[in-house]
Design a protein around this ligand. Structure first.
Ligand SMILES: [Zn+2]
Length: 413
């Protein structure tokens, strides 16, 4: 109690608990002999300090605290414990990420709840979950302005938009549920790779129809562009899934294979764009608003690849970027920004080149767009099934044997 805040004016005075009956308690109007202000409360409480007042005050404060105490046991949600790198099995460890690991046998509910707890995966989850909604919003706006149902010219864009909504969502789910078991971790990332691989197909379909240079329209390459892209998705999904089996024994080889699995379709899909940009550098292209967006997309694509392979900045300071700012989070953000520029470029090309493309080329067919998407989806699911089957059919006891020696807090085996 601050003795400095003494005032001799007339204030309501707290007469103690048991007020209301009028005997010895409650607020009353009276002459405060020594009034002091309690700084603990948000509102001013004036009281009289007299004989025995101090003891009475302490009693009142204690009772008051008891009365306003929140039911903390009810409100406190017990968050799952997090682990350091040496406490989790090798398959869960990330390069230069030291802490913030979830339990390697988390339940599905724990995984969902962990997206609201600060772990080393939380930002990975949200950096792809939120963009999913952004792309869905952009898609819904396009649905209201374009006629996707009957205008077959828009179908390559339809395929592309569906796939740029699917790949961040799948990635977000993969990061959420990857700590249920070693097997589920592999399967989650198989789906992640499959979705990325299908995204590359979406790029091929849209580039093959809208971005392709004028001189390539109706060429052999355009006629077979999407068919080759289907082959690329099968190659990409197979190689990237296979790379997971090499991760523990040959981490470098696994990384090279996985990077190559995604870089190869990217280079193929982007060939028409590279050629168009090359023509522009030679001064023989029609200026287009889309080209600047295409260039930004390429810039972010290179940055994405660099972040994926370099593991910077966490390699420079292991443990410093476990929760915020590690390379996989930056990789997600860069990929999404790149996709956004790519989407703008594809939409601009699609709108601005319609007359020129349709004058020389054929209308996109149902089979060449939506049909290709459905066929590739099933083929990729088949590949994921082939890679997942040995993990799912692995005798249950053998997977338990791996973890029977492991306890949270103990050294991983
Ligand atoms: Zn990711």
């Amino acid at each position: 109690i601050s003795r400095n805040r003494i005032d001799m004016e007339k204030f309501p005075v707290w007469r103690g608990i048991g007020a209301g009956s009028g005997i010895g308690g409650g607020w009353s109007q009276g002459w405060g002999r020594r009034l002091a202000r309690i700084p603990v409360f948000d509102y001013p409480v004036w009281l009289v300090r007299c004989r025995g007042g101090r003891a009475r005050l302490i009693e009142v404060c204690q009772r008051g605290r008891g009365a306003i105490r929140l039911p903390t046991d009810m409100l406190s949600i017990k968050l799952p414990q997090l682990f350091d790198i040496h406490q989790v099995p090798k398959v869960f460890r990330e390069d230069s990420i030291i802490s913030g690991y979830r339990h390697p046998r988390s339940s599905a509910l724990d995984c969902v709840l962990s997206s609201f707890q600060m772990t080393n995966e939380t930002v990975n989850i949200w950096t792809h979950f939120l963009p999913t909604w952004y792309f869905l919003w952009r898609f819904s706006v396009l649905c209201s302005t374009l006629n996707f149902m009957t205008d077959s010219y828009t179908w390559p864009l339809l395929v592309y938009m569906l796939l740029i909504c699917i790949y961040p969502f799948t990635s977000s789910c993969a990061h959420t549920f990857s700590s249920m078991s070693p097997e589920s971790r592999h399967i989650c990332y198989f789906f992640d790779y499959g979705a990325l691989s299908l995204y590359s197909l979406g790029c091929a379909v849209s580039y093959g129809y809208y971005v392709i240079p004028d001189s390539w329209v109706n060429s052999w390459l355009q006629q077979h562009f999407v068919t080759i892209a289907i082959g690329n998705t099968l190659f990409c999904t197979s190689l990237s899934c296979y790379s997971r089996f090499l991760e523990l024994q040959f981490p470098q080889r696994s990384k090279v294979l996985r990077t190559g699995a995604f870089v190869f379709p990217f280079i193929f899909d982007t060939t028409p764009l590279f050629y168009r940009l090359l023509l522009c550098c030679g001064g023989s292209c029609s200026p287009s608003d889309a080209l600047s967006s295409h260039c930004y997309h390429l810039l972010f694509a290179f940055l994405t690849c660099f972040l994926f392979t370099a593991h910077l900045p966490e390699r420079l300071a292991p443990g410093r970027f476990d929760y915020f700012g590690h390379s996989h989070q930056l990789f997600h953000v860069s990929a999404v920004l790149g996709t956004n520029f790519q989407m703008e470029a594809v939409i601009t090309d699609m709108m601005s080149r319609r007359a020129a493309l349709l004058a020389h080329g054929a209308m996109p067919s149902f089979l060449g767009t939506i049909g290709v998407l459905v066929i590739s989806l099933f083929l990729n699911l088949g590949i994921i099934g082939i890679f997942s089957a040995p993990l799912l059919w692995k005798p249950f006891h053998s997977s338990n044997q791996v973890f029977v020696c492991w306890r949270p807090g103990s050294k991983a085996i």
